[in-house]
Design a protein. Structure first.
Length: 272
């Protein structure tokens, strides 16, 4: 495995930058969502703190990849973010569904209108990515018992599954009022399948299919970002009152997950 330099940066430096960007958007979405609920639980501050720590650690590791201390710092921040996401998932499930009137009998209702059940797992995924990146920056060729490209392909497939599930729930809540709302359920689903195929039985055909689907998923993410921005503009007052409408409009960072997960797969395919 010979890393390839791209625009002056090596693949794990790019992954560190992607980790920082992903954690930043997840942290902003968590801040907005928890602010809307007036931070009813102190634990709601946790993703803001751990997300910020992961952003800082990832950027430092990207800028100074040869410093072991910074790589270790990224690994610690990754584990902390991953744990925070898992705890957040438990909070969203328990307080967002179980303790509500009707509880699990009304699970579909609370999945749509309660706390977004899979959102905290995005921070867990960003944390795991930080851990993988730290191992790569340290010169290791395997992580969690898997060689780096295979680990990244499986990571992309699992991360896409979570993003697809959350997008499906929220777009179903919106009654798929725009045909573009089906996009996160189509191409990314095929990319997820191709990622598993590429990890378990790599071949020329699997590689070509995965590459095409990753580029298309990247495009879906950018289009989704624009559509969510348009949704913000359609609120009363539009972008002139963005600081108010951000609380009620579609989550602005959510489409960025499709961009990030696709970019990770492309780094694994072309630069490792």
């Amino acid at each position: 495995m010979t890393p390839i330099e791209f625009l002056g940066l090596y693949p794990f430096q790019w992954l560190a930058i992607i980790t920082a960007g992903t954690a930043f958007f997840l942290m902003i979405d968590a801040l907005v969502g928890h602010y809307r609920r007036a931070f009813a639980y102190r634990m709601q501050y946790a993703p803001v703190v751990t997300g910020t720590a992961l952003v800082v650690a990832a950027l430092l590791a990207a800028g100074f990849p040869d410093l072991p201390l910074l790589n270790q710092l990224l690994s610690w921040a990754g584990w902390l973010a991953a744990a925070t996401g898992l705890v957040g998932f438990a909070y969203h499930f328990y307080y967002g569904i179980v303790t509500k009137p009707g509880g699990l009998k009304w699970i579909l209702h609370y999945l749509m209108y309660g706390a977004p059940i899979f959102a905290p797992l995005g921070l867990t995924a960003a944390g795991v990515l930080g851990i993988i990146t730290a191992h790569g920056l340290a010169g290791e060729h395997a992580v969690f018992g898997l060689v780096m490209p295979i680990a990244l392909f499986l990571f992309v497939a699992i991360a896409l599954a979570g993003a697809i599930a959350q997008a499906g729930i929220l777009h179903y809540r919106g009654a798929f009022n725009n045909p573009a709302m089906y996009a996160p359920l189509t191409v990314p689903s095929l990319a997820m399948i191709a990622g598993v195929w590429m990890a378990l039985a790599p071949s020329t055909v699997a590689r070509a299919a995965f590459a095409v689907l990753l580029w298309m998923t990247l495009l879906v993410g950018f289009i989704g970002f624009g559509m969510h921005l348009r949704g913000l503009d359609r609120e009363m007052g539009g972008l002139y009152l963005w600081h108010v409408n951000l609380l009620e409009g579609p989550p602005q960072g959510a489409p960025g997950l499709f961009i990030a997960w696709a970019a990770i797969g492309l780094v694994g395919m072309y630069l490792l």
